[in-house]
Design a protein around this ligand. Structure first.
Ligand code: MRU
Length: 339
């Protein structure tokens, strides 16, 4: 099984996603500051995986702390929570996981530092285990929407690598593939960071899932030719009304799908839903370094002097989404995320 984030005795272990698909390199982390840098630099990425990694970052902070009293330890935990929260703004799973860890610590007021450390480790492991279980449940719910001989298009990587394992959108594909329903997965390469070609294609090769890589710009003509039966993507944050932030380019795919009458599904756990935001207009969108666009790998593809606009995510209006697949079932518009 692909395990992008795991705890190994004393250390957090991350499969460094910057190295894929060329090298499978695991890195070990003993300091929360290094976990924060790994999140910022995309060594670990994907909304649920970021949340799990950050939860273990809090565990490391508690273990790094020399505190001998609860209050000292809690102060150190709060510094780490703030530092980890400052890494990436869009995926709400990060803040959800950090808030959950912080509240667990706060609820242990008066306990010994070692008791708090042990409880935090158990909570981070629970967040990981719950994400894995949610993905498997999502896979089953989503597979029911996939017809026989389906040709599915996906954008970015919402696979095992982006989660605790199994994946959200690619989890739906995995579950449907296990039932013999997948004829082909069209994998958008996903410029500029290439999560589709580097990561989703890598997962498909590893699992023997039939797929073909396409330039992002090819999705529309494929739909026009009737070669896409459905689209499924992940999500980084879903507002209360169903508006969904996901990897840049998702919105374009959703508009194309609407135009061509192709169902457009989003698969995400409840930890990706942010009920505090009424609509997608309030979702903060990360802007990343222009260097991501001026180079492909080591190859320069634009003048250094060219200014760049590089939003990492866009928002797809709920009106373009046929259904949202969660671990608690399939939600259809108008979206009300209860149950
Ligand atoms: O910048 P990234 O690679 O972290 O962006 C990831 C995505 O947009 C994924 O589609 C999303 O996090 C869902 S992952 C299950």
């Amino acid at each position: 099984m692909i395990a992008p984030v795991r705890w190994a005795g004393e250390r957090l272990v991350l499969l460094d996603q910057r190295e894929l698909p060329v090298r499978e390199i695991e890195r070990r982390y003993a300091r929360w500051e290094d976990v924060a840098e790994a999140i910022r630099a995309l060594a670990v990425r994907g909304a649920p995986a970021i949340g799990v990694a950050a939860a273990f970052g809090v565990v490391l902070a508690a273990r790094q702390s020399r505190a001998t009293t609860f209050d000292e330890l809690f102060a150190d935990i709060e510094v780490a929570v703030k530092g980890l929260a400052a890494t990436r703004p869009t995926a709400v799973n990060l803040f959800w996981a950090l808030d959950r860890m912080r509240r667990i610590a706060e609820g242990l007021r008066g306990a010994t530092p070692d008791a708090v450390r042990a409880r935090l480790l158990a909570e981070a492991q629970a967040i990981l285990d719950e994400d894995l279980a949610a993905n498997r449940a999502m896979g089953e719910h989503g597979a029911a929407l996939v017809p026989e001989h389906a040709r599915v298009l996906t954008h970015c990587n919402a696979g095992a690598l982006a989660t605790a394992g199994f994946g959200t959108a690619l989890g739906v594909v995995r579950a449907a593939h296990a039932k013999g329903r997948i004829a082909l997965v069209w994998v958008d390469e996903t410029r500029p960071v290439m999560q589709g070609s580097r990561l989703t294609a890598w997962e498909c090769v590893r699992e023997g899932i039939p797929h073909r890589l396409i330039a992002d710009a090819a999705a529309g003509s494929l739909m026009a030719r009737g070669e896409v039966d459905l689209v499924v993507t992940g999500a980084d944050r879903i507002a209360a009304n169903g508006d969904t932030a996901n990897k840049i380019g998702t919105y374009s795919v959703a508009v194309l799908a609407k135009h061509h009458g192709v169902p457009f599904y989003v698969a995400a756990p409840f930890s990706t839903i942010d009920p505090s935001l009424a609509s997608g207009a309030q979702i903060p969108i990360e802007e990343r370094d222009g260097a991501e666009l001026r180079r492909v790998g080591a190859q320069q593809t634009a003048p250094d002097a060219s200014p760049v606009f590089n939003p990492a995510f866009d928002v797809t209006s709920a009106t373009l989404i046929s259904a949202i697949i969660t671990e608690r079932g399939v939600f259809r518009p108008p979206y009300r995320f209860t149950a």
